[in-house]
Design a protein around this ligand. Structure first.
Ligand SMILES: Cc1cc2nc3c(=O)[nH]c(=O)nc-3n(C[C@H](O)[C@H](O)[C@H](O)COP(=O)(O)OP(=O)(O)OC[C@H]3O[C@@H](n4cnc5c(N)ncnc54)[C@H](O)[C@@H]3O)c2cc1C
Length: 512
């Protein structure tokens, strides 16, 4: 677990304060209301707090961090910690990297990444490295993969095709054989729909510029120049990714602003093209909070539905056409030293219901009580009301244990100390074919309010990782401070996410 770049600095003050105390006069009425205390919303509040702007963050849940939180579970063996699916920090943006380092400070670790795909009892490196993938599928299938890829390229050159679906995009980039072997099964697990019903946008957002051709070229003629790969190692807070949000919230509070938990926004009140106030529900009743500026990281679909006066019927209808995929994580606590050396293991087999798992101890030793323990976070992609979502916690834990013991041989029953499930709704905005039209309608409506900005992942209905989620939060805060940024341009570039400057292995882009 020791990494040469890991070091411990002396105890740091709450981030942003430099030990110099609050920058916002106590009791000031809020200039800005931020809805949602995930990393996106907290980033806005953190930046505004540093600039001395009175800000209040309103969070429905009793905790901060949203999808990027870390959950603690006390047992007789000690404390286990679990992210909602492992969250690694990676970005190409130096300003965001600096912010992450500033916030996480002395809790920062560097972690080596080794991820693999498990399919039909075999292992292949993830993201796919071409030589490794072809070796795993054998010479006959490799030859077929190369031949049908070549045929596809020629056919698309003679008669260019429009890339509409996820299937079109994968076949265009990798050919039909590799698509079926490495992309189709897993994508269908993640999205719960056939790849020909999902938009090709997700593939282009995650792996633009990557293809079998570029991978083969790179394998034969290695790229010149400095390769900055974001794949092989990443930053992670020692006690779980949730510490990033917790420390931003600490900073906001220490600078004199407020992060209010258990305060769900029920209504957003408007007059003309300005938002004037929000109504929140707390355990003490409802409260109206007025401000000059509003930043929302709550699901964009929900935001459109709670604006008053109410949005036109076609906007409400459009907001209902946009769907999210949900996730359940089953967290297992084990009396075993290690299950696999992987950072993540992607499980393609259709008979295994879950899609991926990670072993928190491989990220940070502090995630488990001691060296004789380990744990797993097992991810089930699902949709509220489907056969997975409706399983009880007991059934989910039992199903997980059975797969891991009987199908994968990773543990024995007496090594399992216990397990529990966490349900995270609206984890993935679903780019179902045709989603652009309703999304455009909702954005046009919400975008007309000049002092309301929407940010983040669900908040923008964009497949943003934490870096892009906080980038929108950062830019929204800067807009309030007088700059002019178009938040819709964030994560709109078409370059492969995991590589800075020069490409390396071929992959679908890790999904997160
Ligand atoms: C399984 C999984 C793995 C991931 N792995 C990675 C990874 O490795 N690296 C990475 O960078 N990113 C990863 N991500 C993405 C990351 O979680 C998101 O980018 C990030 O959490 C988005 O932050 P956010 O603030 O926009 O939204 P959220 O984290 O969703 O926060 C939104 C907040 O709004 C609150 N809210 C909702 N409704 C209301 C309301 N009415 N009133 C008040 N508050 C409300 C919610 O409770 C929540 O706290 C992963 C996501 C998932 C699901």
């Amino acid at each position: 677990m020791e990494h040469p770049r890991n070091g411990r600095a002396a105890g740091a003050p709450a981030p942003g304060t430099n030990g110099s105390g609050p920058t916002v006069a106590p009791g000031s009425p809020p200039n800005t209301v931020v809805m949602g205390a995930g990393p996106g919303g907290l980033c806005s509040a953190y930046v505004l707090s540093k600039a001395g702007i009175p800000t209040v963050v309103l969070e429905k849940a009793p905790f901060v961090g949203g999808l990027a939180r870390t959950i603690k579970r006390q047992t007789e063996h000690g404390e286990f910690k679990f992210d909602i699916g492992g969250h690694r920090w990676f970005t190409k943006n130096d300003e965001l990297n600096d912010l992450f380092r500033e916030v996480v400070a002395d809790e920062l670790l560097w972690v080596n990444r080794i991820s693999r795909i498990y399919f039909d009892g075999r292992y292949v490196d993830y993201p796919l490295k071409i030589s490794n993938a072809l070796k795993a599928i054998g010479p006959f299938t490799s030859a077929r993969a190369m031949a049908d890829y070549a045929r596809t390229r020629v056919a698309h050159r003679v008669k260019p095709v429009e890339i509409v679906s996820m299937e079109d995009a994968y076949i265009d980039q990798f050919g039909p054989t590799l698509y079926k072997l490495f992309f189709q099964r897993y994508s269908e697990k993640v999205w719960g729909l056939p790849c020909d019903r999902m938009s090709g946008d997700w593939v282009s957002q995650r792996s633009k510029g990557m293809s079998l051709l570029t991978a083969v070229k790179d394998a034969v003629i290695p790229s010149k120049g400095k390769v900055v790969s974001l794949i092989d190692e990443f930053m992670y807070p020692r006690d779980g990714f949730g510490r990033f949000s917790e420390r931003m919230a600490d900073g906001v509070n220490a600078m004199g602003n407020d992060v209010r938990l258990g305060a769900g926004v029920d209504k957003v009140h408007c007059e003309g093209n300005r938002v004037t106030a929000v109504t929140v529900s707390t355990d003490r009743g409802t409260e109206r909070i007025e401000a000059d500026n509003f930043i929302s990281s709550i699901p964009l679909t929900l935001l459109a539905q709670i604006i008053e006066p109410s949005a036109p019927a076609d906007v409400i209808e459009a907001s209902k056409q946009l769907t999210f995929r949900d996730i359940i994580t089953v967290n297992l606590m084990l009396k075993k030293r290690q299950v696999t050396p992987d950072t993540w293991l992607y499980v393609h087999d259709r008979n295994i219901l879950f899609g991926r798992f990670h072993e928190p101890k491989n990220w940070s030793a502090a995630m488990v009580p001691g060296d004789e323990n380990t744990s797993l976070v097992v991810e089930y992609f699902c949709t509220r009301g489907d056969h997975i979502w409706t399983m009880t916690e007991e059934q989910l834990v039992e199903q997980t244990v059975k797969h891991l013991i009987n199908d994968m041989g990773f543990m024995t029953r007496d090594e399992v100390i216990g397990g529990f499930a966490v349900r995270a709704p609206r984890a993935y905005p679903s780019y179902v074919i045709g989603y652009e039209k309703p999304l455009g309608k909702v954005k046009d409506f919400v975008g007309q309010f000049e002092n309301l900005q929407y940010i983040g992942r669900g908040g923008s209905f964009r497949y943003n990782n934490t870096d892009h989620s906080i980038e929108t939060g950062l830019l929204a805060a800067k807009n309030i401070l007088g700059e002019h940024h178009d938040l819709d341009q964030v994560n709109a570039d078409k370059e492969y996410h995991e590589i800075k400057r020069v490409e390396e292995p071929v992959g679908a882009g890790s999904h997160a």
